[in-house]
Design a protein around this ligand. Structure first.
Ligand code: DAH
Length: 341
């Protein structure tokens, strides 16, 4: 028995420092201390076969070896844990002086920037947002807007018809009708959205964005329209910018006007941007045609209103000096990056 105990001691001492993980040390520990199969546990179990008078002394020796082994394994395990932790810390070390890897930051598209700016300007004047749908019926896009059957705007070359009676809206003006059908004056809405036309060159795209405004109430006059336009132009193009109304024609307004702003590039002296005229055309507007009000059940004797519509890409192109509308749709990050703030 004594020999067996010394053998166990020797075996443990010989190998205990060769382990570098708690896991392998634990496996080694089991060889001696496993409750059922461990060499020391088996010796304990064999105690019953030892002559009675020797039993206390042998039992004591086994216990001593057991205590010794337990504390040695515990201490070694602590050391290994410490080493493991040190290894982990070393492997996860962060060099705080190392330059950071640069991440690319996204930014808003110039069209979105302008659209947001326009919405903010009109919202600050009390306009509510109405978003219509891109698929419209012929009635909302044309008929209710006083655009007769034989109007050239209905031509297949301009309008994308989906099926008889259904089309991709060619103007956000369609939103005016939806709003006036559903609500009564006072009405003050802004309707932003995409519109579609079969048109394609440096300044036209088959899909572009518009923003439509509509104000209907008692006593609304051209003066209200002009006042609002002055404020709007200065906010979007800068202080000192003036507006000018030129007679025009739209089926849904009477009178209709084309709105110019004084050139914010040259201050009105004449330059490339304003083609030497000192003025830049920015939007269409007018007093809501009485037939349009009637179509929506609003009495034109009691109420009047003004409406306006502008192309968002056009405003973005003017504001940022972009000369080809296509650059706004190409998703070229070298172009878009220039607008990131
Ligand atoms: N819908 C017109 C267009 O697409 C723009 C427009 C002009 C809207 C005059 C209006 C307006 O509300 O009064 O060209």
């Amino acid at each position: 028995m004594k020999e067996q105990l010394s053998e166990i001691r020797r075996e443990i001492e010989e190998k205990i420092h060769t382990f570098d993980s708690s896991r392998s040390l634990y496996e080694f520990r089991k060889i001696f201390l496993d409750n059922k199969e461990g060499k020391i546990s088996l010796l304990m179990k064999g105690l019953k076969d030892v002559p009675k008078e020797e039993r206390p002394a042998v039992g004591k020796s086994i216990n001593e070896v057991k205590e010794w082994a337990l504390s040695l394994f515990e201490e070694t395990d602590r050391e290994i844990h410490k080493l493991e932790l040190e290894r982990k810390i070393a492997s996860e070390a962060v060099d705080v002086t190392e330059p950071a890897v640069k991440t690319r930051r996204g930014g808003l598209h110039p069209n979105t920037l302008v659209q947001n700016e326009l919405i903010d300007i009109f919202a600050s004047m009390g306009f509510e947002i109405f978003e219509g749908s891109e698929i419209e019926t012929d009635y909302y896009n044309f008929t209710a807007l006083n655009t007769p059957e034989d109007h050239p705007a209905r031509d297949m070359q301009d309008t994308f018809y989906l099926s008889p009676g259904f089309l991709l809206r060619t103007q956000t003006s369609a939103g005016q009708i939806h709003v006036m059908e559903k609500s009564r004056p006072p009405i003050k809405i802004l309707s932003p959205g995409k519109v579609f036309r079969s048109d394609d060159d440096a300044t036209h795209s088959p899909m572009f964005s518009q923003m439509e405004g509509l104000v209907v109430d008692r006593g609304i006059s051209v003066c209200d329209l002009q006042g609002m336009l002055d404020l709007f132009s200065q906010k979007i193009f800068g202080q000192g910018v003036k507006t000018r109304l030129r007679p025009s024609y739209f089926p849904f307004t009477e009178p209709s006007v084309e709105v110019d702003v004084s050139c914010f590039e040259c201050g009105g002296k004449g330059c490339k941007l304003c083609k030497g005229t000192g003025w830049i055309e920015v939007l269409g507007a007018g007093m809501v045609n009485r037939h349009v009000l009637e179509n929506c059940g609003i009495d034109p004797e009691e109420y009047t209103g003004f409406a306006f519509g502008m192309g968002v890409e056009r405003i973005a192109m003017l504001k940022y000096g972009i000369n080809n509308i296509k650059t706004l749709f190409e998703s070229d990050t070298r172009f878009a990056e220039q607008f990131a703030d």
